[in-house]
Design a protein around this ligand. Structure first.
Ligand code: ATP
Ligand code: MG
Ligand code: FE
Length: 350
């Protein structure tokens, strides 16, 4: 099937058309970075208005560029949560309107499922696989057992890892979003071993994460460096930050591999997804871990790690094939866990 996907859950307005064989016929992403930059983070009301302003034009462009147009569609998928409710409503209403007028099936996609299934779009990875989902709002380890079948093995008890990148970048005066800027800064480090930051959760028997302590450690170091630290100092500290995050992710994923194997002896791959998966250093660290464990390592191409609509269209393709469509009165879900059983645990992330 050919599916139009729409993504509006945060600060990217995006539309894409994807075919059943995994061909991305078109994918357009409009980042609202400039709209939010003055505030050092995403402002929900500004985001919702910007989605409303841009989405129609982006959908038109995605349809034009795809070469199939409205007539070639078999369904429309939109992110229906989790995310900022104003933006999600804009995307969902647009998708429903197209479906109502054209008599097409509507597919309500969980944004996290979009990230989780991207490796099947680009690499055709088979179920089951172990997934490290690392994004702006989430940090989870999941056994992905099928479409809509996720077993959460671990989650963050405080900040998400992307959030730690963003907050640390802000503390170091690097701006927003912090991930790419921290990565750039770390590459310029002259003495990457100069600072030693604590490695969160290392050695704990569970598969959970914690990043707020690391952020606090960055703040303390930043304070000793004074009001506007020199670029060399920022670079060395950014490198130390990467090392601590890498050590923690490797330790936590190592634990999860053991649990995953016990659940699924036939599982073959460690997959990483979400915006932070675009980080080259972390990709290299996780790739080495997978190799040691005898697992394939799969990371989406950089442009499909951060938010996009191709992943939403693809999740739509996978769901449509299984007959998993949704009624036009489907209500957006600002909170929507991938594994509803795990969400009842004390530290329930969305
Ligand atoms: P969620 O998917 O949890 O709802 P989101 O959609 O806002 O959150 P994504 O777009 O998936 O998040 O990822 C954005 C996050 O990824 C930001 O925190 C950003 O700093 C981080 N990020 C992007 N590129 C990199 C990079 N190269 N290195 C590290 N972090 C990065
Ligand atoms: Mg974003
Ligand atoms: Fe995302």
């Amino acid at each position: 099937p050919v599916v139009l996907g729409i993504e509006t859950s945060c600060d990217e307005t995006a539309a894409a058309v994807v075919a059943g064989d995994g061909t991305i016929l078109s994918s357009v992403v409009l980042s609202q970075l400039d709209d939010h930059a003055p505030y050092g983070g995403v402002v929900p009301e500004i985001a919702a208005r910007a989605h409303l302003h841009h989405l129609d034009g982006l959908v038109r462009r995605a349809l034009d560029q795809s070469g199939v147009g409205l007539d070639g569609l078999d369904g429309v998928a939109a992110t229906a949560g989790p995310g900022l409710i104003g933006g999600v409503m804009v995307g969902v209403m647009t998708a429903k309107a197209i479906c109502a007028v054209r008599g097409l099936p509507f597919i309500a996609v969980n944004h996290l499922e979009g990230h989780a299934l991207t490796a099947r779009l680009t690499e055709g990875v088979a179920f089951p696989y172990l997934l490290l989902l690392v994004s702006g709002g989430h940090c989870q380890l999941l056994a992905v057992e099928g479409v809509g079948r996720y077993r959460r093995l671990g989650t963050t008890i405080d900040d998400a890892v992307g959030e730690a990148f963003d907050k640390s970048a802000k503390l170091l005066g690097l701006g927003y979003p912090g991930g790419p800027l921290m990565e750039q800064a770390a590459q310029a480090a002259r003495d990457p071993g100069r600072f030693d930051l604590p490695v969160p959760m290392k050695g704990r028997p569970d598969c959970d994460f914690s990043f707020s302590g690391l952020k606090t450690a960055v703040r303390r170091h930043a304070e000793t460096l004074g009001g506007s630290p020199a670029p060399e100092d920022v670079a060395d500290l950014a490198a130390a930050f990467h090392r601590a995050v890498g050590d923690s992710l490797v330790d936590r994923c190592g634990r999860a591999i053991g649990r995953f194997r016990a659940l699924h002896p036939d599982g073959r791959a460690l997959v990483v997804a979400g915006g932070v998966a675009a980080n080259r250093y972390l990709r290299a660290r996780l790739s080495a871990l997978a190799a040691d464990a005898g697992l394939d390592f799969v990371a989406p191409p950089l442009g499909l790690c951060t938010d996009n609509a191709a992943m939403i269209a693809w999740a739509g393709v996978e769901r449509l094939r299984l007959g998993l469509t949704d009624p036009l009165d489907f209500a957006p879900r600002p909170r929507w866990p991938l594994d509803p059983t795990a969400a009842k645990a004390p530290f329930a992330g969305a």
